[in-house]
Design a binder for this molecule. Structure first.
Ligand SMILES: CC(=O)N[C@H]1[C@@H](OP(=O)(O)O)O[C@H](CO)[C@@H](O)[C@@H]1O
Ligand SMILES: [Mg+2]
Length: 542
């Protein structure tokens, strides 16, 4: 099956790209908007490839069109393909009136296969209607999504516009720092692992437009390193060890890793020169940092200054996580008084949920996430800001409103974006006067372990409650509970939590466990993995 939306297909053919070119052109005609096609396989091997479709909002392709995408990408013959397209055009009432033409922005990451796949997609676009395929060249995935959104909003939408918006709003946040607070570390340098992908070279461009940030990029892809091999956000988050190019020289320094198409971001520090183990600052902690900062600005905005200004807007503020979020992060966010909602794994679910709030922050533990602001809240904020500007620009409320407006421009409103996320992290650390260690100490992660189990048929596992429990096959959830909770009436794994789910991107069942010690988390994970094997493995009889 082809999974377009999450871009996880690992071996995409030119023919499939051509077909997705058709799809993008049809989607553009149907929505009367610009659509994006991004050739990338994200954090996967350099030899893999895939394609992501950006809808008019800059978000991912609407789920309604996924079955059509799957069907055409798997069409057996050209006749079958034409028949599928013909039926779909009729069903969706797609206009071929000659009045409007389709417009598709194309981008690709640095993979060797990207150029020919992009050409194939172009052919697909050009052959279906009088359509315009615009090749934007090598981009990060979030840059392409940002451009699609900006184009459809009638805003400036070139790559330079993207950098200018990020650099401008970053500068605004830095200029608003109270009493010029600075990070308390001896060395202010940030070292970035570019995963030997597109992110490194783009950061080099962005870096030139920034003041007050000392950045060194490693694994930029120029030094002959292989994309995502022993480097990048996925490797660092899963293995919790230093990536290639990092080591004892970096002890105590603030480091960050991007993934191969720069839509994931994690931070880390190297605690000791004697070991390659890192202190990981993952997506949950990025979410927590953003939440603390935004909560602070919202509460300043609500306090009354000398003068009572503006109406009282009830801001709906929520944070969205998945079952993979560390339990300690969820406890911390709840203690802050925030509304925490869980969705199944996959950013499309998190994004959809976050869009229900005035300010919705979502992050997967792996570092993919962003902050969404509702149009309604932003227009209230603009008018509040204008009102405060006309009274007294020195009021703290005025600054808080300006900070929130700057965040909404800095952070990518289309999809998770490592570059914009990184600038927001840096601005907030400077605002707080925090080092990476202060940030890491917001809460202590519970030790965790992830395992994969090969089974006969992973679709046999059906989950509920945002994947926290298994409803099929019968009996397995009871077995997991029995393992997790009690042995002879004593808690076997203090703070133990474990769940299983079928991966959407690999042919495995994933097992997650956390507990108060690493030994307990490891032991719980391996016991649950054994249960998975008993119930669903190749020797299973159930
Ligand atoms: C445990 C984990 O990291 N799962 C990842 C992975 O999905 P799986 O369905 O678990 O294979 O890839 C997805 C797409 O990148 C990402 O959204 C998700 O968080
Ligand atoms: Mg990615």
């Amino acid at each position: 099956m082809v999974q377009l939306v999450s871009g996880q297909t690992h071996h995409f053919s030119n023919r499939q790209c051509l077909e997705l070119g058709f799809l993008a052109a049809l989607r553009s005609l149907k929505t009367h908007s610009v659509i994006g096609l991004m050739i990338t396989a994200s954090h996967n091997k350099a030899s893999d490839n895939g394609i992501k479709v950006a809808d008019p909002s800059g978000g991912m392709l609407t789920p309604d069109w996924e079955p059509f995408a799957d069907a055409i990408a798997n069409a057996a013959t050209p006749q079958h393909l034409l028949q599928l397209i013909d039926e779909f055009v009729k069903k969706e009432n797609i206009p071929f009136d000659g009045v409007r033409s389709a417009e598709i922005l194309l981008g690709r990451d640095t993979r060797p296969s990207g150029e020919s796949l992009l050409e194939a997609a172009k052919q697909g676009i050009n052959s279906i209607v009088d359509a315009l395929a615009i090749d934007m060249g090598i981009l990060t995935t979030p840059q392409l999504h940002w451009m699609v959104r900006a184009r459809n909003k009638g805003m400036k939408a070139t790559e330079v516009d993207y950098y200018e918006q990020l650099a401008g709003s970053f500068r605004c946040l830095i200029d608003l720092i109270p009493n010029g607070q600075k990070i308390l570390e001896i060395d202010d340098k940030l070292v970035i692992d570019g995963a030997n992908g597109v992110g490194g070279e783009k950061i080099e461009v962005l870096k030139k437009m920034l003041n007050g940030l000392l950045i060194e990029v490693r694994n930029s892809g120029k030094g002959g390193g292989i994309l995502n091999e022993g480097v990048g956000a996925d490797y660092v988050q899963k293995e919790k060890v230093v990536p290639e190019g990092f080591g004892s020289k970096d002890v105590g320094i603030r480091c960050a890793s991007l993934d191969g198409d720069a839509d994931r971001l994690v931070y880390f520090s190297v605690p000791s020169s004697n070991s390659n183990i890192i202190d990981l600052v993952d997506g949950d902690k990025i979410l927590s940092l953003f939440a603390v900062f935004i909560k602070e600005q919202l509460s300043v905005l609500r306090t009354e200054g000398d003068e009572k200004i503006g109406d009282n807007y009830q801001t709906r503020f929520g944070v969205i996580q998945t079952a993979y979020a560390n339990g300690a992060s969820t406890d911390y966010l709840k203690q802050l008084g925030l509304e925490v909602v869980f969705t199944p794994t996959g950013v499309k679910y998190l994004h959809e949920q976050a869009a229900r709030y005035d300010i919705g922050i979502y992050f997967e533990a792996n570092g993919h996430g962003t902050i969404l602001f509702s149009e309604c809240f932003l227009s209230w904020l603009e008018s509040r800001y204008n009102e405060l500007s006309s009274k007294n620009k020195e009021l703290e409320q005025h600054k808080a409103a300006l900070r929130l407006l700057a965040v909404s421009k800095l952070i990518n409103q289309a999809v998770g974006d490592a570059l914009s996320g990184l600038l927001l992290v840096e601005a907030i650390l400077q605002h707080m006067g925090w080092s990476i260690h202060n940030w890491a100490e917001l809460y202590q992660d519970l030790p965790s372990r992830q395992l994969k189990v090969k089974v006969v048929d992973r679709t046999a596992v059906v989950t509920a409650n945002a994947e926290t429990m298994v409803v099929r096959p019968p009996g397995i959830q009871d077995a997991i509970n029995a393992e997790r909770i009690f042995t002879c009436h004593t808690a076997k794994y203090p703070q133990g939590r474990s769940f299983i789910r079928p991966s959407g991107t690999e042919d495995v069942i994933r097992v997650y466990a956390e507990a108060s010690t690493q030994e307990a988390a490891d032991s719980l994970a391996s016991s649950v993995a054994k249960l998975v094997d008993q119930f669903l493995g190749f020797g299973s009889s159930r």
